[in-house]
Design a protein around this ligand. Sequence first.
Ligand SMILES: [Zn+2]
Length: 479
Amino acid sequence: MLCVLSLGAAAFGARAAAPAAAPAAAAAPEALAAQLRDAALAGHDIAYEWVSELTSRFGPRPAGSVSERQAAEWAAARFKELGFENVHIESFPITAWVRGTESAQITSPVTQPLVAASLGESPPTPAAGLEGEVVTFASFDALKAAPADSLGGKIALVARRMVRTQDGAGYSAAVDARIDGPGEAARRGAIAFLVRSVGTDSHRLAHTGTTRYVDGRVPVPAFALSNPDADQIERLAALGQKVRVRLYSSASYVPDAHSQNVIADVRGRARPQEVVLLGAHLDSWDQGTGAVDDGTGMAIITAAATLIRDAPQRPRRTVRVVLFGSEEPAQPVAPYGAFGGHAYAGNHKAELASHVLAGESDSGADRVYRLGLPQAALQGEFARTALRVLGPIGVLAAPRAPEEAGTDIGPSVEAGVPAFVLYQDASGYFDIHHTADDTLDKIDQEQLDQNVAAWAALVWLAADSDVDFRTHGAPPPQP
Ligand SMILES: [Zn+2]
């Protein structure tokens, strides 16, 4: 660990230059992509060093915080040292949310402590806390079916369990209760909202996460309960007990805060105005150190772009790395979320027509198992070449184009930029996602390197091609 931390920029550069330096300048794109893949697998260390130093130096990086800004400045300096071009920071205003002290306990039938965490943007409780009877709903639909005013003075709990899946679909299926639950509960008169953690572990850790503003505010104090604590309340209710809970939070808002995106380019050798955009987010939730969400995403795309930069031949198009700020929290005013992604799409509106492809890494640190390409490129020579290079590291074709490619690149994709997804195995990701347990020790370096290999090879192929991913998957003319 110490030696990792003591590695400075020179070591980054030296390591980056070594393994990829073998091929001749005239290597065919496929051969060079394979060499980048193999260089990453050979234990390049760039990615692990990045996430290790980032999480050790700055710890948690909540949107709008000093640590988020300092981490952005550190990342920009690192990009310059690594030899990236056009390195700069683009700031934008946000309302920052700050967790205060908080507590939760069952007060009746007998006092018991609960493990809970305020959801992001949740307002504080009154200074004396609040207390009410818990009404438990087995599903979010059941809460939404409850009559108006049926929760007056009470605390709503949605206790639905998240399902573990490889592709993360269990999260998408469960997260609506966390996001829209406070609004639905408040509409029925509830004084507070509880949600069973949207996570797959059985540890006594609460999974925080964003929730939605309604008319400029999150309407009631809202907390996630750890899975075992949600079980406890469900069992008490099943025993016919009336459960009362006491909640306290001193959360607060900083309305004039700033967040920022960090931008760094590997300039293309022939068509530099055409951009392949790689995104990940620099902010994190506040209780862990944001190692797998999304320190590893940043590390993966930075390491892949560094390998491409140090290859014997630059790709024809520009590879742009964007570390987005303020991905996690919602905001009280439009566009309501993904502020970094919206700020980028707004600042670079005129350039988006020449953004040829975009991808985002934000599903943890485990291996990539599937490649999703834009509809126009699903068939054809580009896909066949990419899969020949990625097949040996266990990446197969997704049967259809991605329906969603990521939060940060979302606004750019909505503006017409085609997107790819390198799907990661998310089976274990939601055990630690948005908890205090999101720390560096959870990262398997071999799996991290496999991600870098997949990103470096695929991004090289896309950036060196002249495939129009918007309209067709025609192969680039071979040199
Ligand atoms: Zn994330």
